[in-house]
Design a protein. Structure first.
Length: 257
């Protein structure tokens, strides 16, 4: 089942994707379940939004694919390298990625995103998937030229618009058989199976939840494979995960005074 968050007639609601329609839900399915309102809205009349606004945090994993660590000259970490993106960096499908004036090198990172559905603290890997609400697609946009000089990654990873999410949350998805494909203006730049991850999702949830409580609506980005690179204003970045859809965003430069 694919859950979308959408705007229609100036109202934000949730719906289940059903062909060319959205079956409108009575409330936020993470808290209110899947009761429907009895309405249907044609997809063509709705604007899809980020399917979730992370309630407290986006937890990210750096260097979780061997080839990507190598392409930037880094060793593979011995344990997961965690960082955060603020929830203010989240945008939805079709929204513009804004390139701020502080960077000359914005890059894409196509990633599988895990949406947390239950309060998770000290979960064990074997139970971890019980805490997952569903899966969606993320672009971990990065100001590569700020990442090393800053030392900490908060700014390079955390600018407004640097976390496109969507287009919907799939509640039934076997990520172990999945792959991610990233295209720049239609040309494939990244393609790798999730089986290439160094640390798998259950282990990442155990590791992260041992450090901090994960709340319903928090999101875990699972790392990007090799093939990252720069995009410019006017470029369109598409991240596709078969079974989850395509997350498409076009970049523009920030308006300057
Ligand atoms: Mg990343």
């Amino acid at each position: 089942m694919k859950i979308a968050r959408f705007s229609h007639n100036d109202t934000i609601r949730y719906g289940i994707l059903d062909g060319t329609d959205l079956v409108v839900l009575a409330g936020d399915p993470m808290f209110a379940g899947f009761d429907t309102s009895g309405e249907r809205v044609p997809l063509s009349d709705a604007a899809l939004l980020a399917p979730v606004i992370p309630r407290s945090k986006v937890v990210c994993v750096g260097r979780n694919y061997r080839d990507h660590a190598a392409e930037l000259g880094n060793d593979v970490p011995k344990q997961p390298l965690l960082f955060f993106k603020p929830n203010t960096s989240v945008i939805g499908p079709g929204d513009s990625i804004v390139r701020p004036p502080q960077t000359q090198d914005t890059q894409w990172e196509g990633e599988l995103a895990v949406v947390i559905g239950r309060i998770a603290k000290n979960v064990k890997a074997e139970d971890a998937l019980d805490y997952v609400f569903g899966y969606t697609i993320a672009n971990d946009v990065t100001a590569r030229d700020l990442q090393k000089p800053d030392g900490q990654w908060a700014r390079a990873k955390g600018f407004d618009t640097f976390c496109p999410l969507g287009p919907a949350i799939e509640t039934d998805f076997d990520y172990t058989k999945g792959e991610v494909i990233t295209r720049l203006n239609g040309e494939v730049k990244q393609q790798a199976p999730f089986s290439d991850m160094i640390f798998d999702i259950p282990f990442l949830l155990e590791y992260a939840s041992a450090a901090f409580t994960l709340l319903p609506g928090d999101v875990l980005l699972t790392g990007t494979p090799a093939g990252v690179g720069p995009f410019q204003a006017g470029d369109t970045v598409e991240v596709e995960i078969p079974g989850l859809g395509v997350l498409r965003n076009t970049a523009r430069d920030a308006l300057t005074a």
